[in-house]
Ligand binder design. Structure first.
Ligand code: DCT
Ligand code: MG
Length: 511
């Protein structure tokens, strides 16, 4: 059990002066309306104050920028009571003695508990000491269980409730930067750290909170420290302004453009999509041309409602040819996400070989109906004499179709002229990306598990199978190397059981 040490909350570096803007209170819903908090900047610094204000607001607390009569709780860090009273008098022109003045650990305890906690033991009293030392850090129970936090995402329940967006967003940017530079090791390190932080049931508010967590290396720790102390990471800021990163981010946002093409365009001195489109020497693939043509639609996320209507359209078509086919929404939407960059589907036909034909029939039908804006059909390359792939990130061998379809929508007016001035044309559809994957019924559970993701979850599941169980898992099968047999499974639950893992629901796989 660890008790709160005041040194834990002391910033290490001298911070820059000046107010750091935080998101306004109105951005967040107030859940505890009878508490109004004011945070004293003295000794804490503007950036840390803004960071804590933002965090508390996100947790449903009302935190005011100014000290007014509405304030019920004043919170300070590393200050004695007389110091605070003097500061309040000079900087706010108020008599602070009429307020309840509490140590910052009260606010932290509230945020970790998810609601107001008793304030008595957190009061900063006149002689400058706390009336009683705050005894229990609400994460103590977790700290005890820290050793049990697995290094594998498949042993952690990770829902979409992320208490540490501030850090995981930063890691995602740094991981992308490394991905673009092909620094695979460092990229993976940031992704693994992000995955661990997404799992944490509390927000990190001080550096001790990350003690004992897996995958927190020096670089990762440095970024967390920066954000805790300054409210932002200079490293992330530099990446966001980096020309290479910005160009790759833009280029790879086009459907059909990967690292190789981005590198080529970047070397050619291209920096914008206008320059790409205007360059007559470029040989674009059919996929890239479609990606550029429908760029605006594809860059705007697909909503859950749009995914549902794509699902309806697909089912109607599939069932015309194979009434007993199973059509399952996979990918992020199956994990409960509200938005996605595409919609993923898995199709299988129990008790027949009809699945071998169904995709061709769907494509022909959609072509006739004018639903297909683009498609790339890849035939199955599955070879049942081969063992599951050793590569964690390898593609599977199912027949699949990467498509862009027209999704009918409410009437939307889009300009067709570049200066967007006059003429407007009615466009009653939106282009969305759809991945259709077809699998034989006996591989359905493996395909479903593989296509549900997240990618980080899948990577760790395979790594776990290899290193902890001497088994090989991919989207087609599970092979036991010790017994030299393939382990059959009719459901995801059975695959988890073969691997000796507790079952995780799809929405707990958001690692
Ligand atoms: N997948 C896989 N092998 C691939 C591609 C994907 O096993 N080569 C799995 C992992 C996630 C799932 O399929 C769906 O992939 P995406 O659509 O890229 O991810 P997502 O989780 O659905 O996220 P998004 O919301 O961005 O579509
Ligand atoms: Mg997807």
């Amino acid at each position: 059990m660890n008790t709160i040490r005041m040194t834990d909350l002391t910033p290490k570096r001298k911070r820059q002066k000046g107010m750091q803007p935080s998101a306004p209170q109105s951005s967040y819903k107030i859940q505890f309306s009878d508490i109004v908090i004011f945070i004293v900047e003295r000794k804490m610094g503007a950036k840390r104050r803004a960071f804590l204000m933002d965090l508390a607001r996100r947790k449903g607390f009302r935190v005011d920028n100014e000290l007014s009569d509405s304030v019920t709780h004043i919170v300070a860090e590393n200050n004695s009571n007389p110091e605070i009273l003097k500061w309040l008098k000079i900087h706010q022109g108020v008599d602070g003695s009429k307020f309840r003045i509490l140590d910052i650990t009260w606010l932290i305890a509230c945020m970790e508990t998810g609601g107001p906690v008793d304030w008595e033991k957190y009061q900063i009293i006149v002689n400058g000491k706390h009336s009683s030392t705050p005894s229990l850090h609400p994460t103590d129970t977790l700290a005890i269980g820290r050793e049990t936090i697995s290094q594998y995402a498949c042993q952690r329940k990770t829902t979409l409730k992320n208490h540490n967006n501030m850090f995981t967003d930063a890691f995602e940017i740094l991981a992308e930067y490394d991905e673009f530079r092909e620094n695979e090791g460092s990229c993976l390190a940031f992704r693994r750290a992000a995955s661990v932080l997404k799992f944490l049931p509390f927000a990190i508010v001080r550096i001790n909170d990350i003690e004992g967590l897996p995958w927190i290396g020096e670089h990762v720790k440095g970024v967390i420290e920066d954000i805790l102390e300054e409210g932002e990471s200079p490293r992330v800021k530099a990446v966001l302004n980096n020309e290479h990163y910005r160009s790759f981010k833009l280029f790879t946002s086009v459907f059909g453009v990967g690292l190789k093409t981005s590198e080529k365009w970047y070397r050619m001195g291209l920096r914008t999509l206008e320059e790409v489109k205007g360059n007559k020497n470029l040989k674009l693939t059919r996929m890239q041309r479609a990606g550029l043509l429908h760029y605006e639609d594809l860059i705007s996320y697909v909503s859950k409602a749009e995914a549902e209507s794509a699902s309806q359209i697909l089912k109607e078509t599939v069932w015309k040819f194979s009434p007993s086919a199973l059509v399952t929404l996979t990918g992020g939407f199956r994990r409960g996400k509200r938005i996605g960059h595409d919609v993923d589907f898995l199709i299988t036909v129990p008790g027949s070989r009809e699945e071998e034909e169904v995709l061709h029939l769907v494509i022909d039908c959609w072509k006739k109906q004018g639903v297909l804006l683009y498609y790339d059909l890849i035939e199955s390359t599955f070879d049942k004499t081969k063992l599951p792939s050793r590569r964690v990130d390898s593609l599977d061998h199912f027949q699949k179709c990467f498509a862009i379809i027209k999704l009918p929508k409410e009437k939307v007016y889009t300009s067709i002229l570049p200066d967007s001035s006059a003429e407007e044309e009615e466009k009653d559809w939106k282009a969305i990306r759809v991945d259709l994957v077809v699998c034989p019924f006996e591989q359905y559970a493996f395909a479903l598990l593989g296509w549900t993701g997240s990618r980080q979850f899948e990577r760790d599941l395979r790594r776990y199978a290899t290193h902890e169980k001497k088994m090989m898992l991919d989207n087609h099968a599970l092979y036991d190397k010790t017994k030299k047999i393939f382990l059959k499974a009719a459901s995801e639950e059975e695959i988890f059981a073969h691997l000796g893992l507790n079952y995780l629901e799809p929405w707990e796989r958001n690692a």
